[in-house]
Ligand binder design. Structure first.
Ligand SMILES: NC(=O)C[C@H](N)C(=O)O
Length: 477
C-alpha cells in the first residue's frame, strides 16, 4: 500500500511535445492525430487545395501541410504562425516522404505581407543584416545556426573525452591578453543615481583600475591550468580592430584550451587537428541537410576538399616551419620574408590544397607569451614555439603556442610589448607570478568559432556565421 502510493506520486520530468523533425522521423501511423506549431515558410494556394511548408526550425525542410478547400485560408500567408492538427500520411509529391493532412488549424500570429521584410526573393546579406532580428527565418541563416550548434556540442564533447575541465573565464578584465592595444574599455555610465554625476565618471572609478572587455581568455586559462592541468573555454571575445574584412568581427566566440604539455608543439597540433576532424565529421553526419543548403552548388569541390581533409583515410595534416613556408612561396611569387593573409591562403589553397600547420614564426611578429625556441640566438633570428593552422579560402583558423615559462625571458618580452614597467607591478603581476609557483610546461590555442562555421558551411563572411554580428559602425539590435 505504502509502496504503491509512493509510485503514484513518482516524479516525472516534463517532456516537451515532439518537434516537426521528431514527428517526421517517428513511425507515426496514418490514423494517429498529431499536433504541431510553426510558421509558414511558403504557401501555394490552388483551387481545391493549398500546400504550405511549415517550419519550427527543428530541421531544414519543415513539413508540407495540405489544406483541403473547405477551409477559409485568407489568413494564411508567409510568416504567419500556426497550430495545426491532422494526420501524417505518405506524400505523393516529390521532396518529402510524409505530409500533414490538416484537420484543424489556428492562427497564432498574423504577419502582414505588405511590411514583412522576409519575402520570397533573393535577399542580399546586407539587407538581411539590416533585418537581423528576422534573418533566422531564411533557410541559410537557420541552417547556419543549427550547424553552429552542432559544432559547438561536438567541441564540448571532444574536450570531455580528453578530461578537460570547462572554465567560465571572466569577460571583464584588467589585462589586454594579446598586448595589441585593441581592447574595448568600459565605463560605468549608470553607476550613480544622479545621471549628471554618472556622465563624469572615468573608466577607473568603478573598479579602481581601467577595465576592458576580454580579447582572449588565455591568460586566465593559464592560471586555472596551473591547478587543474587541462582546461578550456568557449567564450565571447571582443576586439576593437577596425578591419572591415570577411574574417573579422568586433564580438566573436573563441574556443580556447590550455593544458600541461608532455610533447610540446607536436602535441598541441595533434589535439587541434583531432578536435577539428571530430567536429567537422560530426557536422557532415548530423547536419547533412544544413551543409547541403549552405554549400554553394556551383563550387562542389569545396565540400569535397573538406570531406577529404577530415576523412580517416587522409594522413595527418601537413606541418611546415615558417622558414620553409616562406621559401616555398618565394618559388611561386616575388615576396619578402613575411607571410601576409593572401600568402597564407595561397599556401593552403593552391600549394597544400588542404589545412596546414605553419610553425616557428619569428619572435618579433608574435605575442609576448609564446616560448622562445632559442634565446641565445641574435634577436632577429629568434623564433617562437607556435603554430597557425591555415585552411583554404580562410587563412588562419587556429593559433596556438607553447607558453614561455622562463620568468626572465617572459619579462623581457613583456617589457618589449610595453606591458610592464621596471617595477613589474600592474595588471600582469599575477601572470608573471604564475611562473613562480610550481609552473609546468604548458601551451594552448584559440580557435575562432565563426571562422570554423564559415569554413565548414562555405559561408563567405563571418558576419553570416554568428546570430547577431557586431562590426565597426553597426550595433542595431
Ligand atoms: N588562447 C589562445 O591561444 C588564443 C590567443 N590568445 C589569441 O587570441 O590569438
Amino acid at each position: 500500500m505504502f509502496c504503491s502510493r509512493r509510485l503514484a506520486s513518482h516524479y516525472a520530468p516534463r517532456r516537451l511535445p515532439p518537434t516537426i523533425k521528431e514527428l517526421l522521423g517517428a513511425d507515426t501511423l496514418h490514423e494517429t492525430s498529431v499536433s504541431l506549431q510553426g510558421w509558414i515558410k511558403s504557401i501555394r494556394k490552388q483551387k481545391r487545395v493549398a500546400f504550405a511548408v511549415v517550419s519550427d526550425g527543428s530541421s531544414a525542410k519543415g513539413v508540407q501541410a495540405v489544406f483541403p478547400n473547405e477551409f477559409d485560408l485568407k489568413s494564411l500567408s508567409n510568416g504567419v504562425s500556426v497550430r495545426l492538427t491532422g494526420h501524417l500520411v505518405p506524400s505523393r509529391g516529390a521532396g518529402q516522404a510524409k505530409e500533414l493532412q490538416v484537420k484543424t488549424f489556428d492562427v497564432l500570429g498574423e504577419c502582414p505581407q505588405e511590411t514583412y521584410p522576409i519575402q520570397k526573393k533573393d535577399l542580399t546579406n546586407e539587407y538581411l543584416r539590416e533585418n537581423v532580428h528576422l534573418r533566422a527565418r531564411t533557410s541559410a541563416t537557420a541552417a547556419m545556426l543549427r550547424l553552429r550548434d552542432c559544432l559547438h556540442r561536438s567541441i564540448h564533447n571532444y574536450f570531455r573525452t580528453q578530461s578537460f575541465v570547462h572554465i567560465h573565464a571572466p569577460i571583464l578584465t584588467a589585462n589586454d591578453a594579446e598586448g595589441a592595444g585593441e581592447t574595448f574599455r568600459i565605463a560605468p555610465v549608470a553607476a550613480h543615481p544622479d545621471a549628471q554625476v554618472a556622465q563624469t565618471h572615468t573608466p577607473t572609478e568603478f573598479f579602481g583600475a581601467p577595465a576592458h572587455l576580454t580579447v582572449s581568455s588565455q591568460l586566465h586559462l593559464e592560471a586555472f591550468h596551473a591547478a587543474l592541468s587541462r582546461v578550456y573555454t568557449a567564450n565571447p571575445a571582443f576586439r576593437a580592430e577596425r578591419s572591415q574584412t570577411s574574417r573579422h568581427l568586433s564580438e566573436f566566440w573563441m574556443v580556447e584550451a590550455e593544458w600541461a604539455l608532455q610533447d610540446g608543439i607536436a602535441e598541441l597540433c595533434d589535439v587541434v587537428e583531432d578536435l577539428l576532424r571530430d567536429a567537422v565529421s560530426k557536422a557532415f553526419t548530423e547536419c547533412v541537410e544544413d551543409v547541403e543548403i549552405l554549400h554553394a552548388a556551383d563550387r562542389p569541390e569545396r565540400l569535397e576538399a573538406l570531406k577529404m581533409a577530415v576523412s580517416a583515410d587522409t594522413p595527418r595534416w601537413r606541418r611546415m616551419s615558417y622558414t620553409e613556408a616562406v621559401e616555398t612561396l618565394q618559388q611561386c611569387s616575388d615576396m619578402g620574408r613575411s607571410l601576409s593573409t593572401e600568402h597564407e591562403k595561397y599556401l593552403a589553397e593552391e600549394i597544400v590544397k588542404g589545412p596546414i600547420f605553419v610553425t616557428g614564426y619569428p619572435r618579433d611578429i608574435k605575442a609576448f607569451y609564446m616560448r622562445v625556441e632559442d634565446p641565445s640566438l641574435p634577436r632577429e633570428k629568434q623564433t617562437v614555439s607556435c603554430f597557425d593552422l591555415l585552411v583554404p579560402h580562410m587563412g588562419e583558423l587556429v593559433g596556438g603556442s607553447v607558453r614561455e615559462e622562463r620568468v626572465h625571458v617572459l619579462e623581457e618580452s613583456m617589457r618589449d610589448a610595453g606591458l610592464i614597467q621596471q617595477s613589474k607591478e600592474g595588471p600582469y603581476a599575477w601572470y608573471l607570478a604564475l611562473r613562480k609557483y610550481g609552473a609546468m610546461p604548458h601551451g594552448g590555442f584559440g580557435l575562432g568559432f565563426e571562422r570554423l562555421v564559415s569554413w565548414v558551411g562555405d559561408i563567405d563572411s563571418v558576419k553570416e556565421c554568428i546570430p547577431v554580428p557586431r562590426t565597426v559602425g553597426r550595433i542595431d539590435l
